[in-house]
Design a protein. Structure first.
Length: 444
């Protein structure tokens, strides 16, 4: 949950007030033959796939956004990179956001200029109806302040008085259903959830929020900066709620991937899941003096992508630290903006690969890493991130063959010998992205 001061609760209340085809496969009919043709033995395809290897499309499919009115682009080179609750009022500021590699505003201030957003080559998912919008945002973290239930909603938001009627009842499902009725017909609806669906609620309760409520979903857990997330009742979910997490277990970039996987497992319709990453101090009482570091931002983003996130949203507000602002990427000095810019450029460069199918089972690793294998234009890519705070050495076995692993954007290569290669992961923030050269496609 994004902790706020009393003043900021007023801002939250203002925001909350604003939140008010499958592709049909057609079989081709057989073409009639007028006369018998000579018998020709046409060899059947002998293509086989190694056992345990499966081609898996990205969640929702590449064309997911085409289902909606004025949807986001579905071209392979587009990958959604958003910023949360910004203002788009001045051309210079929007240009600055665009220059950082942002392409989507996820929730906007009500006075924002959506014509300016579109003219700048960007997209918007606001909490209000607009012809230029590519989506419509429902309530934020309703699982936490509305609760899992169908009681009557009073129409009030946090800080405005009783939310549900009766007052002690739960009405979060009602809140989202009512907000959805305000969405323009055909628009993509979106909602973000918090610690309710990730930690506190049962799977059944969480699925009632995740499925059939909105089209696109995310959840925000700030593993690096949240003062409470290591507790047994929260991050302890990783251990089956057996105990509190240690700092080395908790303050870990791989846990951002855990959050994505948690939401993906709850989705019944194979819908896209986007990921949140903070870029400042989301809490007044952060457990650390400094904001999230540049290497932590990059590692959190890439671990989310490795685990299947189909979009990234940067939480752009700081309520503590040296730069208190709602515009971290515009206002604050330090590592955040240059890191985000570099990461977004890398995402843009690899967007066709990120949008390509996963090749599950094609690569396995021995060592402290999580990985994803992708297949794009007949070439295999392996994305890997450390899952231990100390990092370590990992050995990769590539089942589709290959002679060399080119480490993307690191100006080095690793020979593949007998189907394996080994690489070092310096610490818990280590990310390495590989293009496998001289290999096959495992028959796909």
């Amino acid at each position: 949950m994004k902790r706020k001061t009393t003043a900021m609760l007023g801002a939250l209340a203002l925001f909350c007030l604003l939140a008010v085809t499958a592709v049909l496969g057609v079989a081709q009919a057989p073409r009639p033959v007028a006369e018998p043709e000579p018998s020709i033995q046409t060899p059947r395809s002998t293509t086989t796939h190694p056992p345990g290897i499966e081609l898996r499309d990205v969640d929702g499919g590449l064309d997911f956004y085409s289902r909606f009115t004025n949807g986001l682009p579905i071209e392979p080179h587009f990958f959604p990179v958003g910023v949360w609750f910004e203002s788009a009022l001045e051309k210079d500021y929007v240009a600055k956001d665009h220059a950082a590699g942002l392409n989507t505003y996820v929730v906007l201030t009500p006075d924002s200029d959506l014509d300016l957003v579109r003219a700048s080559g960007m997209y918007a998912i606001p909490t209000f109806a607009a012809a230029q919008a590519s989506g419509y945002a429902l309530g934020d973290e309703v699982d936490m302040w509305g609760g899992a239930g169908d009681a009557q909603w009073t129409g009030k938001f946090p800080g405005e008085g009783p939310i549900c009627s009766p007052e002690e009842s739960k009405c979060g499902y009602t809140v989202q259903k009512q907000l959805r009725t305000s969405a323009p017909p055909g628009i993509m609806t979106y909602a973000n959830y918090g610690k309710g669906v990730t930690f506190w609620l049962s799977d059944e309760q969480s699925r009632a929020f995740i499925n059939g409520t909105q089209d696109l979903v995310s959840a925000d857990n700030y593993w690096f900066t949240d003062p409470n997330i290591c507790a047994q009742t929260e991050g302890g979910a990783i251990t089956g709620y057996a105990r509190d997490l240690t700092d080395s277990e908790c303050r870990l970039a791989a846990n951002y991937g855990w959050t994505v996987e948690r939401i993906r497992k709850l989705t019944e319709g194979n819908a896209p899941v986007w990921a949140f990453v903070e870029v400042g101090h989301p809490f007044e009482d952060s457990p650390r003096a400094s904001a999230i570091s540049g290497p932590e931002i990059r590692a959190a983003v890439w671990n989310s992508l490795i685990h299947g996130a189909r979009g990234i949203i940067y939480f752009n507000h700081s309520f503590g630290g040296d730069c208190v602002t709602q515009h971290v990427l515009r206002d604050c000095p330090g590592e955040a903006r240059p890191t985000v810019t570099a990461v977004n450029q890398q995402i843009q460069n690899l967007a066709p690969v990120l949008n390509a199918p996963f090749l599950d089972g094609a690569t396995r690793a021995t060592g402290p890493v999580d990985l994803a294998t992708k297949l794009h234009n007949g070439k295999v890519y392996v994305f890997a991130g450390a899952n231990k705070g100390t990092g370590g050495t990992a050995t990769f076995t590539v089942n589709c063959g290959g002679s060399t692993a080119v480490v993307i954007d690191e100006n080095r290569t690793i020979p593949i010998v007998n189907g394996t290669f080994t690489d070092a992961f310096a610490d818990g923030n280590a990310i390495h992205l590989y293009s496998i050269e001289g290999g096959g496609s495992c028959g796909y």
